[in-house]
Design a protein around this ligand. Structure first.
Ligand SMILES: [Zn+2]
Length: 56
């Protein structure tokens, strides 16, 4: 029987302009901590910190 992983859709929000620029999925059972990534923000036009945020 195939096991389905419960993956949750998350977004990555720029901590500077609060735009959600990236989307990803996360397995809550494996990753419990909030993610923070350095990503390029189109609005800020530079690399900024992106914080994990909930997506509907
Ligand atoms: Zn930004």
């Amino acid at each position: 029987m195939a096991t389905k992983y419960k993956e949750k859709l998350i977004g990555f929000e720029c901590t500077v302009c609060r735009n959600i620029n990236y989307f990803s999925t996360k397995n809550k059972k494996i990753l419990k901590e909030k993610l923070e990534l350095n990503k390029f923000c189109n609005t800020c036009r530079k690399h900024t910190k992106h914080k994990e945020t909930k997506v509907k």
